[in-house]
Write a protein that binds this ligand. Structure first.
Ligand code: ADP
Ligand code: MG
Length: 420
């Protein structure tokens, strides 16, 4: 199949050519013709399969330059807002259509000004609602509404926000949902707010021949020495290490550095400017280790991730899929390394049950070197908390104070406790 057969405008075809895409991905091939016929579409496909271009075609088709805000894309995270905005702007290179990103954690005033002059907004739900309350965004001209990473948005407890936003858009519009997985909640939302939606899916999650998955059984105290040893001995491109909690993310990063592994942390507890800085230094470097929570895993496209380490196995097996979707993209090969201790066995069993086709091989523990460990590790059960209270306020302040308390306690103990 060729892009030329999908009814895409000449302008966009030229841009696609310039971007170097030779042929449409499966989800693009299946959804773009429907989207260009102005159908409501629910698109299901793995991360990295090119969903942005699929809905981008619909946006470029519907939006006219200088006619005010006409397209709205809702996304779950700030990083994704930036990334989708960038992609949309690259697609509209030959048209005078501008996309801006609107998200929390940064000043609101510049967004107010930008909102007056844009045709497309990519927004996280919380900040968009702030603008709606302050009447600094006008949704009456919306012709096309997209929910990107819809499942994640609902997982993160944004459902009420999302509904309020959808209800504020004109009824006569095109609605597109894109997601890596389609849950019953998404189906309910579709029943409520879409017109005869057509569901398309391109379900191949990962190319098993390109992705090697292994696991180690390690006792709790050996996980970090194992991680350090693996990172030192087996490292090619960019590496992501996933933890279930912010606390453990910070713990792992701190100790990797202590053991001379260059590592960066990214999780929801960091300020936006820190998160952006981390993301760009990671994706600009050739070799590096990014330690992160699941917030960072969704929807982000970072090229050349060669290894995914699961320092902890996520509670929800879908998150495992999202994590491993970071590697083995677009024909590259990748490796997934799971470090299991007692606490992970239930979660790991769930992954194996839900994705029984995966071949995850057990590997024996290598001989480990002695490492330095600062601070004791606390394994809290992952409760699926996403860092947001029900009322939508972030727990940042609490965490900051908590970190201070931890630091004070650490100073007091001065326990650079050296195990291994
Ligand atoms: P998703 O939203 O499904 O996770 P993205 O839209 O972020 O995927 O696209 C992932 C990557 O694939 C991006 O770098 C994008 O530029 C690239 N891409 C998109 N479509 C194609 C295509 N048809 N051929 C090659 N690369 C593509
Ligand atoms: Mg995406």
């Amino acid at each position: 199949m060729k892009f030329e057969n999908l009814d895409i405008s000449i302008d966009l075809l030229k841009t696609i050519q310039k971007l170097g895409y030779n042929e449409p991905t499966e989800i693009q091939e299946k959804s773009i013709p429907l989207i260009l016929r102005r159908k409501d579409v629910i698109g299901e496909s793995a991360t990295g399969s090119g969903k942005t271009l699929a809905f981008g075609c619909g946006i470029l088709d519907q939006v006219t330059p200088n006619k005010g805000l006409q397209a709205l894309v809702l996304v779950p995270t700030r990083e994704l807002a930036e990334q989708v905005k960038e992609s949309l702007n690259s697609f509209s290179e030959r048209r005078k259509i501008k996309a801006i990103a609107v998200y929390g954690g940064v000043a609101i005033n510049p967004q107010m000004t930008a909102l007056k002059r844009t045709e497309v907004v990519v927004a996280t739900p919380g900040r968009l609602l702030d603008h709606m309350k302050q009447r600094t965004v006008n949704l009456t001209g919306i012709k096309i509404l997209v929910l990107d990473e819809a499942d994640r948005m609902l997982d993160m407890g944004f459902i009420k926000y999302v509904e309020r936003i959808i209800q504020s858009c004109p009824r006569k519009r095109q609605t597109l949902f894109f997601s890596a997985t389609i849950s019953s909640e998404i189906k309910n939302l579709a029943d409520k707010y879409m017109q005869n939606p057509i569901r398309v899916s391109a379900k191949k999650l990962v190319d098993p021949s390109k992705l090697k998955q292994i696991y180690f059984n390690a006792s709790r105290g050996l996980k970090l020495p194992l991680l350090v040893s693996l990172l030192k001995n087996e490292r090619t491109g960019l590496v992501m290490v996933f933890c279930n909690t912010r606390f453990n993310t910070d713990f792992v990063v701190k100790n990797l550095r202590l053991n001379e592994v260059d590592a960066l942390a990214i999780h929801g507890g960091l300020t936006q400017s820190k998160r952006s800085k981390m993301m760009s230094s990671f994706s600009n470097s050739k070799i590096g280790v990014l330690v992160c929570t699941d917030v960072a895993s969704r929807g982000l496209h970072i090229e050349n991730v060669s290894h995914i380490y699961n320092y902890e196995i996520p509670k929800d097996s879908k998150d495992y899929i999202h994590r491993i979707g970071r590697t083995a993209r677009a024909g590259e090969s990748g490796k997934v390394i799971n470090l299991l201790s007692e606490q992970d066995h239930d979660n790991f069993a769930r992954v194996r049950r839900d994705y029984s086709s995966f071949n995850i091989e057990k590997v024996d523990m290598p001989k480990l070197d002695r490492i330095v460990i600062s601070k004791r590790e606390i394994f809290r059960p992952s409760n699926g908390s996403n860092g947001f209270h029900k009322n939508g306020f972030s727990k940042n302040r609490f965490h900051k104070n908590k970190n201070k308390r931890d630091d004070r306690r650490d100073n007091f103990r001065r326990n650079h406790d050296s195990r291994w």
